[in-house]
Design a binder for this molecule. Structure first.
Ligand SMILES: [Zn+2]
Length: 295
């Protein structure tokens, strides 16, 4: 029997408890660490698979309402752990760092409603936004983490916060400054597409990005978004991938699972299909980044 069956409701506490369970069962190859604390005092965790210095990084749960991917990542971790234990999978000198939920407070709001926010001031502030809880993308301070990062396209607007102001943003930056990573993938849930293009980066960087996107498109069946749609018109940058590209200068792509017209709240029944589509993506991305880094 699997520890993770993603086709069901996983509250944030379940994500934590299942992660602890995975790290206990596979303690020789999987390590759980806290990388930061959210504004409503929740642990932001990472699961590090393999005992290596060089890693790729994969995040999900940047937007609260896109919660389906988090349990899918845990299922992928369990599968890889199981294969490694059986001697059927070996990352050799590299590993994978997973952050299943970068924005735990947003995850809680989207899955449990505003009552899930413990701090009364934050709860009242969130409610005052007049947004439905299941539509919530932001953190507990109503900031979109994916518009908060320092980068060439960051621009202060409503819900962007001051640059790098949020605990979740700081946790990510500290993680990538501290860990030796060779590539980064951020998993969202809008449209079965892949974003690769970086206006702020040079031709060589974007050529590598496009080659990686093409391979990931082959194994997922997702479409590649053209450079002109790097961000929507009238939108701003400051995404996790913008920061990673500009400050770490290694491959960083966004993968969007689930149909564009899927209604919110997203049904957990999407999880099985998403797992099927992306279960080999971390492995393939690791190989592509390793090739790019010549290691
Ligand atoms: Zn998103």
């Amino acid at each position: 029997m699997n520890i993770i069956e993603p086709d069901q409701l996983y509250k944030y506490n379940d994500i934590i408890n299942k992660s602890i369970c995975l790290a206990e069962v596979y303690k020789n190859i999987l390590k759980l660490e806290t990388i930061g604390i959210s504004h409503d005092n929740r642990n932001i965790i990472m699961l590090k698979l393999g005992r290596c210095k060089k890693n790729i990084l994969i995040t999900a749960g940047v937007h609260g309402r896109e919660y389906v991917n988090s349990a899918v990542l845990l299922r992928i971790i369990e599968n890889y752990c199981s294969l490694m234990t059986l001697g059927k999978l070996d990352f050799k000198d590299c590993g994978i760092i997973f952050v299943p939920v970068l924005n735990p407070d947003g995850y809680v709001i989207a899955t449990e409603g505003f009552k899930g926010i413990k701090d009364k001031k934050l709860r009242c502030y969130c409610k005052s936004m007049n947004e439905k809880s299941f539509m919530w993308k932001w953190n507990a301070r109503a900031v979109d983490i994916n518009r908060n990062f320092i980068s060439s396209m960051y621009e202060k607007k409503v819900h962007t916060g001051d640059v790098n102001s949020e605990n979740e943003t700081k946790a990510f930056i500290t993680l990538v400054q501290y860990e030796d990573t060779i590539g980064y993938l951020d998993i969202h849930s809008r449209g079965n597409v892949i974003y690769y293009y970086r206006n702020a980066m040079g031709k060589d960087y974007n050529t590598t990005q496009k080659n990686i996107a093409r391979r990931l498109a082959e194994i997922t069946g997702y479409n590649i978004m053209p450079p002109s749609l790097e961000i929507d018109s009238n939108d701003t940058g400051g995404n996790t991938v913008h920061y990673y590209s500009e400050y770490i200068n290694k491959p960083a792509l966004t993968l969007e699972t689930i149909d564009d017209n899927a209604a919110f709240p997203l049904s957990y029944t999407y999880a099985g299909h998403v797992y099927y589509q992306i279960r080999y993506v971390p492995l393939e991305f690791l190989q592509l980044c390793r090739y790019n880094a010549s290691c």
